[in-house]
Write a protein that binds this ligand. Structure first.
Ligand SMILES: [Zn+2]
Length: 214
């Protein structure tokens, strides 16, 4: 397998997807959402045959380049050099079960704390906040029920939990004391959904801190 910057597999779709994800990751990193090389991002390049471009494991997300990504096929089969993120299996499930063409995953203080505070209920419930309109297909009167699943070191088990608890309407899912996965039909949608869900989680957290729980 060749590294992505070697010319034979230097493809325009790969270069453009990497550039887009690098920009979004830099923005998230600037907000402190990808500290300690955590998190991962991917784009779907082709559904059939299945092919995604995903961040390599352990890379600093604030300054990604083409060499920080890997091409991966069905069942995490490596199609280029490097160790893809250990959570690539989760991305695969999300591409199979949703209309997503981009999946972003961030670890933030707000999403970790909210997953803990609401774990018993199995979801975070959010309503009446203008930002809800930023989620595809949602209006201000909709109640958002963001599912929470248990965390696991076994990425296969985590992917299965996520597969079982996906919401049919909300483009995101929380992992207990771990992080948020958000997705969209385009990288722009995935970024917007990440931002909107993080805003809503921080809003809900601060409300609780003020003793004004919904
Ligand atoms: Zn993670």
């Amino acid at each position: 397998v060749e590294s992505l910057h070697e010319s034979r597999i230097r493809r325009l779709d790969v270069v453009l997807a990497a550039r887009r994800m690098a920009a979004d990751a830099a923005w998230f990193a600037q907000r402190g959402w990808l500290l300690g090389t955590c998190g991962n991002l991917s784009c779907l390049l082709s559904r059939e045959p299945f092919e995604i471009l995903v961040t390599l494991s352990g890379r600093d997300k604030s300054s990604l380049t083409l060499e920080d990504f890997a091409l991966v096929g069905r069942g995490c089969q490596p199609l280029s050099a490097g160790q893809p993120s250990s959570e690539t299996l989760v991305h695969e499930v999300l591409y199979d079960r949703t209309p997503a063409r981009a999946v972003y995953h961030v670890h933030t203080l707000a999403n970790n704390l909210m997953s803990r505070l609401c774990f018993e209920q199995g979801q975070v419930t959010l309503q009446g906040v203008e930002m809800i309109k930023g989620l595809e297909g949602h209006s201000l009167t909709d109640t958002v029920r963001l599912p929470i699943v248990p965390n696991s070191e076994d990425s296969k088990a985590l992917a299965e939990q996520i597969r079982q608890h996906l919401s049919p309407t909300v483009p995101g899912i929380l992992v207990y004391q771990h992080g948020l996965y958000a997705w969209g039909r385009t990288p722009e949608d995935a970024r917007r959904h990440t931002e909107v869900l993080e805003f809503l989680l921080e809003y809900a957290l601060r409300l609780r801190q003020m003793g004004l729980e919904d």
